[in-house]
Design a protein around this ligand. Structure first.
Ligand code: AMP
Length: 190
């Protein structure tokens, strides 16, 4: 199973992807987590990414595309993966198509988590409180920009997959267990 979890920051993609990782043995590939790990390791990629991440801007496509290409080639992704936070631009979506085509490993589908924006602010505020501000981009000012960037650069990815009839939309405003049930239902259809 090779999936994309799609939705704005705070939509619940990571929570649901982590659940499936345990339940179905597919790898959660969060590009945000990968970039934060690069930064923690002090790598060149991490240092380059930091200035973008701190402002809530997207890290350049070339960096993300090569990072994900290397990652999905690894052994632990052979059983399937969930992309959480990638692709975030149409260029990334096209590059992903090319790499999956080359590997003869097509996508199973795209799950869209639909949420209300005011709710996103509440969620990110709670996440910042719970983690004691562990993420420097979990604050209202940066979140505003992350949402603006989402609308401008990431939302156009959805029609790209809609045209290919690959998208199932889920109400991400429900209780986490109900979202999980809907995800399972959607996967049942795939
Ligand atoms: P996330 O944890 O998914 O919210 O990502 C945190 C930050 O990492 C984003 O605000 C971007 O700066 C960067 N990032 C993560 N994934 C991508 C991507 N696919 N393309 C560009 N930048 C990304």
């Amino acid at each position: 199973m090779r999936l994309i979890f799609f939705g704005p920051p705070g939509a619940g993609k990571g929570t649901q992807a982590k659940r499936l990782e345990t339940a179905r043995g597919v790898r959660q590939l969060s590009t945000g987590d990968m970039l934060r790990a690069e930064l923690a390791a002090g790598s060149k990629v991490g240092l380059e990414a930091k200035s973008y991440m701190d402002k809530g801007e997207l890290v350049p496509d070339s960096v993300l595309i090569s990072m994900i290409e290397k990652r999905i080639a690894q052994e632990d992704c052979k059983g399937g993966f969930i992309l959480d936070g990638f692709p975030r631009t149409v260029a990334q979506a096209m590059a992903l198509d090319n790499m999956l085509l080359k590997n003869n490993t097509p996508l199973s589908g795209v799950i869209e988590f639909k949420v209300d924006e005011q709710e996103l602010f509440n969620r990110v505020r709670n996440r910042a409180e719970q983690t004691g501000g562990a993420r420097s981009d979990d604050n209202e000012e940066v979140l505003k920009n992350r949402l603006a960037v989402y609308h401008k650069q990431t939302a156009p990815v959805l029609p790209y997959y809609r045209d290919r009839e690959m998208v199932t939309t889920i109400d991400g405003m429900q209780h986490v267990d109900d979202v999980a049930r809907d995800v399972d239902r959607a996967l049942g259809d795939l």
